[in-house]
Design a protein around this ligand. Structure first.
Ligand SMILES: *[C@@H]1O[C@H](CO)[C@@H](O)[C@H](O)[C@H]1NC(C)=O
Ligand SMILES: *[C@@H]1O[C@H](CO)[C@@H](O)[C@H](O)[C@H]1NC(C)=O
Ligand SMILES: *[C@@H]1O[C@H](CO)[C@@H](O)[C@H](O)[C@H]1NC(C)=O
Ligand SMILES: *[C@@H]1O[C@H](CO)[C@@H](O)[C@H](O)[C@H]1NC(C)=O
Length: 265
């Protein structure tokens, strides 16, 4: 009995909540002004959703990518262009406004903002959109989450709501507890792109994640790729004049795309 108590105390002290990274810790170089988002804003089951469909090519109408944005949400053109990139790769892509019309402004106070964006406020609009997609015949759903969206990708994986999940520089996770829950109850393959210089999901946290899911410990499939020389937010925004950032952003996209293609059947 005493040993069990001691073990759980130890586990509690080792578990760490990955913090939301302050806005100053994100790359702020925004998309080029001449880049025009190709998708449309649509209201799905009462929730504003940016929808980007593959253009001039056939796509599987029973499959879709759910793009779970960072805290800057749909007002950030970078998120819309990222959804377009998924559509260009052949997937109907849906980015729900699970921030309830209240995305964080660039340079805004993330700690104050987070109070009104807990799972209690964020999960219902997310599930409303997913419910509508499923009732319209989308059976093969993948989630790809960035920063804030990493927590929700993990939740959808834990609940087997999606068939596969990828995330980049996730925040707000409880590591290793959240991944232990994945291991205990999920059938969905999971992939993580992390940044060497991330102050939230640090390389040390990434190694704690590997200890749970890596080395074949997670049968549905796990892969993690670390990008060196870049920081939090790198998979969403890159300084176009910095080849390291540009290559990392593209590399994260390509890795997630390959993973989703391989596991969405
Ligand atoms: C979609 O809505 C967002 C948030 O209101 C807005 O910032 C964006 O410009 C809209 N995009 C399009 C293509 O209408
Ligand atoms: C949170 O939302 C409530 C209700 O909409 C509002 O009164 C409050 O000012 C918000 N808090 C912050 C920090 O935005
Ligand atoms: C996952 O399941 C839990 C337990 O049923 C529920 O509370 C939570 O809202 C679900 N989250 C998502 C994102 O589906
Ligand atoms: C973008 O990268 C270039 C080349 O490294 C650098 O000179 C410039 O200051 C960077 N811009 C921003 C906003 O970080």
């Amino acid at each position: 009995m005493q040993l069990l108590v001691l073990l759980s105390v130890l586990a509690a002290t080792q578990a760490a909540i990955v913090p939301l990274v302050d806005t100053s810790g994100h790359f702020h170089t925004s998309a080029p002004a001449d880049a025009v988002p190709q998708g449309k804003n649509v209201t799905i089951n009462g929730v504003l959703t940016y929808v980007s469909l593959p253009k001039n090519k056939k796509f599987d109408p029973t499959a879709a990518v759910l793009l779970l944005t960072d805290v800057f949400g749909l007002p950030s053109p970078d998120n819309l262009l990222l959804a377009d990139q998924w559509a260009e790769a052949g997937f109907a892509t849906y980015a729900p406004d699970y921030l309830n019309g209240n995305a964080l402004a660039m340079g805004g106070d993330i700690t104050a903002w987070a109070v009104n964006h807990t799972e209690v406020q964020t999960t219902p609009p997310l599930l409303a959109v997913i419910g509508a997609l499923k009732s319209h015949g989308i059976t093969k759903l993948a989630a790809t989450g960035y920063c804030f969206g990493g927590l929700y990708t993990t939740r959808l994986v834990q609940n087997n709501t999606v068939r596969v999940g990828t995330m980049a520089h996730p925040s707000s996770l409880n590591v290793p507890t959240d991944f232990e829950l994945v291991k205990a109850q999920s059938h969905a393959a999971i992939e993580i792109n992390n940044a060497e210089l991330d102050t939230g999901f640090t390389p040390a946290v990434a190694l704690q994640t590997d200890a749970v899911l890596g080395n074949g410990h997670y049968a549905p499939g796990y892969f993690r790729r670390q990008f060196d020389g870049v920081a939090h937010g790198f998979a969403v925004r890159a300084n176009a004049s910095d080849p390291v950032q540009v290559a990392a952003k593209q590399g994260a996209f390509d890795t997630s795309l390959a993973w989703i293609k391989a596991h969405l059947e």
